[in-house]
Design a protein. Structure first.
Length: 297
């Protein structure tokens, strides 16, 4: 009698145990890099905060500040992505736009500079656009970076102060030069402010840890970037690496004293590696509110 043929139920499974384990291991190894490189680094998160102070002029009560940082144009961040970011910013209808440095990673061409300016000109917040320089801007053609931002409608503040007037109130925006490659001069900034301590002072400084050096200065809000929040963070371990100047205050909101508030933006781009993991790129929306002196006390 001939041997019986195996029935369909007895057929060899499509994947045996060894093949299944190999596929599972490949998924575990390749999944996080694919997620970090293709999804999360393009998945912008919007962070909202309300910042209150009795020094906010009544005319500025409720204004909306949008902060962006660390675009790193050229290192896996192209002009199409910048255009997408600008469309997102437009939906927030900011009163004031602040950019806290590192427009480029290392290089910027004349053609790119013109396109950057053209795209940024689409944004016209009523109180203006202000920027400061980052360390990567200095590693490239810093003059061309300043030109692109200026032609894009930004006031590029390098140890300078710009007063904003609205109604009967005035708010002061300053920008410090980059800590690592520039020459920040807080004394020069403070000399441009009124002598009274009751003014509201918004300071842009690329590296957040500059606050360690001037936390006792008359600054109400410092906006910074630089750290990328660590860019790649692992569960239980945190950031794999954070650059000098961003280690103490790597991401988020910090209250340094009764007056001084610091916010560190995680940035939009990447550097060195085109990955973000558990550290999404960020646009920050801050609302300034006037707080009564009696409540503050």
């Amino acid at each position: 009698m001939p041997p019986t043929q195996p029935s369909a139920k007895q057929a060899e499974p499509r994947f045996n145990r060894r093949q299944f384990l190999k596929l599972s291991l490949a998924a575990l190894c390749l999944g996080p890099p694919l997620y970090a490189g293709l999804l999360e680094r393009n998945w912008i998160e919007t962070i909202h905060h309300t910042i209150s102070s009795p020094r906010v002029p009544a005319a500025f009560d409720g204004i909306r500040i949008v902060q962006i940082s660390d675009i790193h144009l050229g290192h896996y961040f192209d002009l199409d992505r910048l255009e997408t970011v600008i469309r997102q910013i437009q939906t927030f209808q900011p009163d004031l736009l602040c950019f806290t440095g590192d427009l480029i990673d290392r290089h910027l061409s004349q053609v790119e500079a013109k396109e950057v300016a053209r795209l940024f000109r689409r944004l016209a917040p009523p109180l203006g656009k202000f920027a400061t320089l980052g360390n990567h801007d200095y590693w490239g053609d810093v003059a061309l970076v300043k030109e692109a931002l200026t032609h894009g409608g930004f006031h590029v503040l390098v140890n300078q102060v710009h007063p904003l007037t609205r109604g009967k109130g005035t708010l002061y925006v300053s920008g410090l030069d980059d800590l690592l490659n520039g020459q920040p001069d807080l004394a020069a900034v403070l000399s441009q402010l009124p002598s009274t301590t009751e003014v509201y002072h918004l300071c842009l400084a690329h590296e957040p840890d500059m606050a360690v050096l001037h936390h006792s200065a008359p600054i109400d809000l410092q906006l910074s970037g630089h750290s990328h929040g660590g860019q790649i963070r692992l569960p239980f371990l945190g950031a794999l690496a954070i650059p000098e100047g961003g280690k103490r205050y790597p991401a988020g909101l910090y209250s340094l004293n009764e007056r001084f508030t610091l916010y560190t933006n995680r940035g939009l781009g990447t550097t060195i590696l085109p990955f973000r993991f558990l550290c999404r790129p960020e646009i920050t929306v801050l609302e300034l509110r006037r707080e009564s002196s009696s409540k503050k006390a």
